[in-house]
Design a protein around this ligand. Structure first.
Ligand SMILES: NC(=O)C1=CN([C@@H]2O[C@H](COP(=O)(O)OP(=O)(O)OC[C@H]3O[C@@H](n4cnc5c(N)ncnc54)[C@H](OP(=O)(O)O)[C@@H]3O)[C@@H](O)[C@H]2O)C=CC1
Ligand SMILES: O=C(O)CCC(=O)C(=O)O
Length: 411
């Protein structure tokens, strides 16, 4: 099932549990605006190359639309649409005053030089600058983009609108970025995992984790889980997968990845088949890379007791059913990875106030938001007698539905 069909299905199930009327259901599903642009840039060798970029703005009933921009060869409009919709429910679950959006450019950033990436980002910004803004739509990093990408967007946007640091989040600290934003999604994953395990009478210490993806989210999650006493037994990235049943030495692995641009070849580990990472023996599985990786083809072979969805939509609905029947507890993406957008909100607030928080305040506030989010999701699970995914969806959809009705937009 493609990402959009899967996301729509989860939304409809939630709308039914909430008893939303069909007109409101339809208006919540349809995106506010879908932008598609052609970005042509000169390559370093002088030849011209074109890439297609998207920004899908899904909903703004609760505030400015918010969501990352992804650079990846598999970016396609349906997936960006699904990711934008997920942002709407995610910001509502986190209870931050935003709607949802997502962007992407179909390119392979690993094959572009820094100057080509800069030109591409600036051309994309030139094409969408009129449609984003501090109080309309605020982009941030996602797969394949980073604080430098946000710095280029900020600079290009500011040429048209005057200096506007709050137009993007996940910026470098020197340009008004927030302390703690870089680690925030991974830290939120840790806090969310702690809340879930605590609810089951368990703690992170001593649990065996497997993590797919070792970029921003996966590497920070690994580091923080390691510091909290968890044992990270296997990780993977595009270069391959590695395992050590006694626990990988994460600080040394981080150094290795910096030097060798990937996890492959890390001493003190065995190389394993990258396709088997999700079915490795562990207590807790954390997908932190692409969507749709847990499907009906591998769900039956998953050995983890808990899945923490650090990636967006890693689990196909068919896999969801298989895993739920097996008793695997899944902490859904729209709650589990909400730490990133929550600290993006803190960054935006700091920019607007012109007052910088220290990192301890950022992390303490994040912990509060994730703790409250878990309680709110559990309350919805109890009210609607549903699993955590539907608990999170009903929570998010209900908050957006209420705002939509209050604004008189439901007709
Ligand atoms: N950044 C954020 O704040 C947030 C991100 N997310 C989600 O988290 C996920 C990861 O994002 P982020 O960490 O930012 O992205 P990054 O680009 O920083 O990292 C992505 C990681 O996934 C790896 N990867 C890519 N393809 C595969 C594959 N087929 N198998 C195994 N690993 C693979 C990459 O490997 P390599 O580096 O070798 O290419 C890299 O390690 C995405 O789903 C994103 O939407 C969710 C909330 C917020
Ligand atoms: O930080 C943000 O604004 C958005 C992060 C994001 O894209 C996501 O949560 O999927």
């Amino acid at each position: 099932m493609n990402a959009l069909a899967a996301t729509n299905r989860n939304f409809r199930l939630a709308a039914r549990l909430l008893g939303l009327d069909s007109k409101l259901e339809k208006s919540l599903l349809i995106p506010f605006r879908e932008i598609k642009v052609e970005c042509t840039i000169p390559k370093d060798d002088g030849s011209l190359v074109s890439y297609v970029g998207f920004r899908i703005q899904h909903d703004n009933a609760r505030g400015p639309m918010k969501g990352g921009i992804r650079y990846h060869p598999e970016v396609d409009p349906d997936e960006v649409n699904a990711l934008a919709q997920l942002m709407t429910w995610k910001t509502a679950v986190a209870n931050i005053p935003y709607g949802g959006a997502k962007g992407g450019i179909g390119c392979n950033p690993a094959e572009l030089s820094i100057s080509e990436l800069e030109r591409l980002t600036r051309v994309f910004t030139q094409k969408i600058h009129d449609l984003i803004g501090i109080h309309t739509d605020v982009p941030a990093p996602d797969m394949g983009t980073n604080p430098q990408t946000m710095a280029w967007i900020l600079d290009e946007y500011s040429k048209f609108h005057g200096y506007s640091p709050a137009v993007v989040t996940g910026k470098p600290i020197d340009l008004g970025g927030s302390l703690g934003r870089d680690a925030a999604t991974g830290r939120g994953v840790l806090f969310a995992t702690e809340a879930l395990l605590n609810d089951h009478g368990l703690s992170v210490a001593g649990q065996r984790f497997v993590i797919q993806g070792f970029g921003n989210v996966g590497s920070w999650a690994a580091q923080l889980i390691h510091e909290a006493g968890g044992k990270v037994v296997a990780v993977s990235d595009i270069t391959g997968a590695i395992k050590n049943s006694n626990g990988l030495d994460i600080p040394s692995l981080l150094k290795h990845v910096k030097e060798h641009k990937g996890v492959k070849g890390f001493g003190g580990s065995n190389s394993i088949d990258a396709n088997s990472i999700l079915t490795e023996d562990c207590d807790i599985l954390i997908p932190a890379a692409l969507g749709g990786v847990i499907s009906k083809d591998n769900a039956n072979h998953i050995r983890a007791k808990f899945i923490i969805e650090a990636a967006n939509h890693p689990t196909d609905p068919e896999a969801d059913e298989i895993l739920t029947k097996k008793g695997v507890v899944i902490l859904p993406d729209i709650f589990a990875n909400s730490g990133g957008v929550t600290v993006s909100y803190f960054e935006w607030v700091q920019n607007i106030q012109g007052f910088m928080w220290d990192e301890a305040k950022v992390n303490a506030e994040l912990k509060k938001y994730i703790g409250q989010g878990f309680k709110d999701v559990k309350d919805m699970c109890n009210t609607h007698n549903c699993d955590l995914r539907m608990g999170a969806f009903t929570l998010g959809v209900n908050r957006v539905a209420r705002a939509t009705v209050l604004r008189g937009w439901e007709a």
